[in-house]
Ligand binder design. Structure first.
Ligand SMILES: Cc1cc2nc3c(=O)[nH]c(=O)nc-3n(C[C@H](O)[C@H](O)[C@H](O)COP(=O)(O)OP(=O)(O)OC[C@H]3O[C@@H](n4cnc5c(N)ncnc54)[C@H](O)[C@@H]3O)c2cc1C
Length: 417
């Protein structure tokens, strides 16, 4: 085993939204912060085989794949920038008041509804069709700096990711180690004293006065299981989705921003929006839907995402394999959303809509607030914290990034006070 790295005040595992915000704010408050990130900053590929090989795509149920990002920035590098505020009461009931942290995050990070000039022609057509059916379909709030967008086009730097937070953290003295996979938390006399990690094939120990696990809804419970907290990963949600597609009488064009408009129906348990996916995913979905006649129709296809709020179920095992089944209620909710999407596509002039397999993108609820973590996000030890989608305590069904940023800021404030 390699020499132990110098002692930090706080070790943050993972550089996704929650970890990056907590790290930046703690570094700003004067703490000596070390961030361990298993991924690299290499450009993101979206070939399905590569995703499966890198475990960025995981089979989680019969025919269902879950997507995540194992790289610097976590999900913020590949996400669709939709900024939905959390249901504050869900957290307040468990002693976590996120209101002030949320307000500060909203003051720092862009989250305004997309300006209608930035809706691509197909997204606008879908919005008008949905509104003609009486649906509350509106531009969605986006983590995009729209002041940088001109003539319907947003440059790459307009799209928010945690890279800015990480740069600020480093400027404040934090150290970001990439290619370091945390394996387990080390304890002495009931307190966390560091993390054992794998780095270039060798084990290394990182010592710290405090450990924050922000490795995401799949990885954090696995690290906890390897640290002796076996209940972690007992049940998870994943907000599964299907994409409903239809051939258009027009050709797509303009810069397409995924999830540019749509609506959340919290009562029905689903969210609908336009979506733009890479051509290889489109072809795989058309094939799986039994529509080989559509394989060459990417440029003339309108797509609607139907995302549902699923129950917490199944388990993530110690090897990091999530597995679960979706029940009758979840299938009914999905079916209702799909029918709604089909109606919008028909109103839009798209013929014979067809539907992708189920996909999931929001793993969470694996180390739930009120069960395994308390209001200081402490887990079993006063100086071991979990701060990512794992701690969301109930079935979710919403884009979680704004919530996770608020949780990161909340934790930094709790620890600095
Ligand atoms: C295609 C897609 C689109 C999405 N669009 C949206 C959207 O529009 N709006 C929204 O709010 N959400 C969206 N999401 C979801 C969002 O990206 C994630 O929910 C969010 O990033 C989760 O944040 P997190 O902080 O919990 O963890 P993550 O972002 O998953 O970050 C965890 C980090 O920890 C690292 N890590 C994991 N294991 C270890 C380890 N053992 N040691 C060290 N590091 C480790 C990972 O590499 C990663 O960098 C989308 C997701 C996908 C897949």
């Amino acid at each position: 085993m390699a020499e132990a790295a110098p002692i930090a005040d706080v070790l943050v595992v993972g550089s996704g939204p929650a970890g990056a915000m907590a790290a930046r704010d703690l570094a700003r408050s004067g703490a000596k912060v070390v961030i361990l990130e298993q991924g690299s900053s290499a450009p993101v590929g979206n070939q399905l085989l590569g995703l499966l090989r890198r475990k960025e795509a995981l089979h989680i149920a019969p025919g269902v794949v879950l997507l995540r990002s194992l790289r610097v920035g976590g999900g913020s590098v590949t996400f669709y920038h939709t900024a939905i505020a959390p249901p504050l009461s869900m957290f307040a009931r468990r002693g976590v008041d996120l209101a002030a942290a949320l307000e500060q995050v909203q003051g720092e990070i862009p989250n305004a509804p997309l300006h209608p000039d930035l809706l691509a022609p197909v997204a606008m057509r879908l919005a008008l069709a949905a509104q003609s059916l009486g649906l509350p379909w509106q531009p969605l709030p986006k983590m995009i700096d729209q002041t940088l967008c001109h003539d319907g086009v947003c440059p790459p730097e307009a799209f928010w990711s945690t890279h800015g937070l990480l740069q600020q953290a480093v400027k404040e003295g934090a150290h970001l180690h990439t290619g370091v996979r945390a394996q387990r938390v080390l304890f002495a006399a009931g307190r966390a004293v560091g993390v054992q990690a794998l780095c270039d094939g060798a084990q290394q120990t990182f010592r710290a006065g405090r450990v924050i696990l922000s490795a995401g809804g799949v990885a954090s419970p696995v690290i906890l299981q390897h640290s002796g907290i076996e209940e972690a990963g007992e049940g998870f949600f994943c907000d599964p989705l299907r994409i409903v597609m239809g051939h258009l009488p027009i050709t797509r064009g303009g810069q397409e921003i995924s999830m540019s408009a749509g609506f959340v129906d919290a009562q029905a348990g689903y969210m609908l929006s336009d979506i733009a996916i890479p051509p290889n995913f489109f072809r795989a979905f058309a094939w799986a839907a039994g529509r080989p006649d559509q394989l060459l129709s990417f440029g003339r296809t309108a797509m609607i995402m139907v995302k549902i709020r699923d129950d917490i179920g199944g388990r993530i095992d110690a090897q990091g394999r999530p597995w679960r089944r979706f029940g009758a209620v979840e299938r009914q909710i999905m079916q209702a959303g799909v029918e709604q999407a089909r109606a919008v596509l028909r109103a839009c002039g798209a013929g014979r809509p067809y539907v992708s397999p189920w996909v999931a993108a929001h793993p969470g609820g694996t180390v739930r607030l009120g069960e395994l973590v308390d209001e200081r996000l402490s887990c079993r030890s006063p100086n071991l914290h979990v701060c990512d989608a794992s701690v969301i305590p109930e079935p979710w069904g919403l884009p979680p990034t704004l919530t996770l940023l608020a949780l990161g800021k909340y934790l930094a404030q709790v620890l600095s006070s």
